[in-house]
Design a protein around this ligand. Sequence first.
Ligand SMILES: Cc1cc2nc3c(=O)[nH]c(=O)nc-3n(C[C@H](O)[C@H](O)[C@H](O)COP(=O)(O)OP(=O)(O)OC[C@H]3O[C@@H](n4cnc5c(N)ncnc54)[C@H](O)[C@@H]3O)c2cc1C
Length: 503
Amino acid sequence: MEVLVAAGAWAMSPISNYLSTQAGSRLFPRYENSTFESNLFEQLSSSAHVYFPGSEGFNASTTRWSTLDAPNVTITVEVANEADVVEVVKFANEHGKPYLVVNNGHGAITTVGKLQNGVQIWMRQLNSVAIAPDSQTATFGGGILAKDVTDGLWAAGKQTVTGACECVSLLGAGLGGGHGWLQGRHGLVSDQFVSLNMVMADGTLQTIDQNHELWWAMRGAGHNFGIVTSVTSKIYDVEHPNWAFQMLVFTGDKVEGLYTNINEELLRNGTQPVDIMHFSVFINNPALDPVNPVIILFILQEGVDVVDVKYTQSFTALGPILAQAESGDYRDLPRWTAMAKNDDVCKKHGLANTRFPIDIQAYDIPAQKKVFDVFASAIKDTPALNSSLFLFEGYSVQGVKSVPPQDTAYPFRESNLLLAPVVAYKEDGEQLAKKAEALGEELREILHQASGQKELRTYVNYAFGTEGVKSMYGYEQWRQDRLHALKKKYDPQGKFSFYAPIA
Ligand SMILES: Cc1cc2nc3c(=O)[nH]c(=O)nc-3n(C[C@H](O)[C@H](O)[C@H](O)COP(=O)(O)OP(=O)(O)OC[C@H]3O[C@@H](n4cnc5c(N)ncnc54)[C@H](O)[C@@H]3O)c2cc1C
């Protein structure tokens, strides 16, 4: 501990900042030869970096999308290759230091706050895309973001399932299932995996594929078992490059009509057409409605230049206050839906961003009215919460449902809708935090009660952190037994138990 404090003070000095931004500097071990950090640095490749508190790299690597319960990190190691990951894990194990792998810091579950005095393993350099000679698969670096996957493949006329948001990593999303634009065609992000190269809790490297005992668990509960340094996934020809987008904005008095239409015209009892997706959001926008939140509806259609009027006419008839339509290609979807790399939703604003997810089958109209009213009055009563929003995601689901549920650890393939209030606020004491959490829980509970589902289904990658293991990984006893047995075998000391832990 003393050494760390000393190293921390030293780390504030200009020479540390110089070293921590120089690729391959070997000065560091000679300068401070006896510390944990200097010995670690000696093991790393020439493109790796070590960042201490106070340095630019440390700040960049530890600034998170949500400030709530951020992990406590004393050093960031920016790894440059698989061997570096092995070295960090072995070294940290030898020195009894906990560690957490991070790509872009968008993982917001509060359980990561249990990491104290930890080593952060920053994966941003592991962002390669290599298409196999047969063009059926591609191998991606373990830290790659969705946008880099899409752009890397698009140039070759290929695509694969990623999260919808450009700033989220392929594996941060994929290890918990991974929802995205192409899931109706091909399934979840994790359904594309063919093999994973992974650093295990003991620092050894293993290839996890269909012949490995962990194959099942890595597709839904994968954050719990190791650090994936690269993934080989199925890729597809771009068969329908063009897409169309229709945005309609409504005042809150249309909430019942709007969700009735979504149920009837789009969702259709779980048979939403594979080429159609819809998203809606309750959001505060005083320029459009100074009193209440507005409801934004996005309808996206694949393979056309204009969204078919049969999907839009009932919504147009409701009388939107704003309408906008565009045509483009697959790469435009994040921009249209405000989920592109530079959009506000991706940025780190210094807010606690807390989500309270629930999967359901269809909209209950009185419940939609009730959550709108509760949401509207809560952000009026507590202006500190007025950056909050409520997200309703309606991807097509054919590809997800085509995989037998027992084949993977992802537990909720039958779900049609992924909903989550996102309660956002600048942290300002316990009272506000409690109020925010209570609001998120209340909104979710209204939907849960109305869903008729006994059990709460929580998408693990949106979880707040208090939902419990069954809610994130499934209620069947065989799932729980299998996950716990694998965890006991492959990570008995809980090295990978900070993000949505099984145990
Ligand atoms: C703005 C926004 C948009 C989102 N959009 C989507 C979406 O469209 N679809 C979707 O499914 N989810 C989405 N999510 C949820 C997202 O899947 C999770 O927040 C996920 O944890 C983010 O991963 P990250 O790598 O970006 O974040 P990080 O915080 O860097 O990583 C999250 C966790 O993933 C684990 N991890 C990351 N990389 C590896 C690896 N290589 N090996 C092993 N473990 C690893 C670590 O435990 C880490 O703590 C979104 C989240 C946000 C904030």
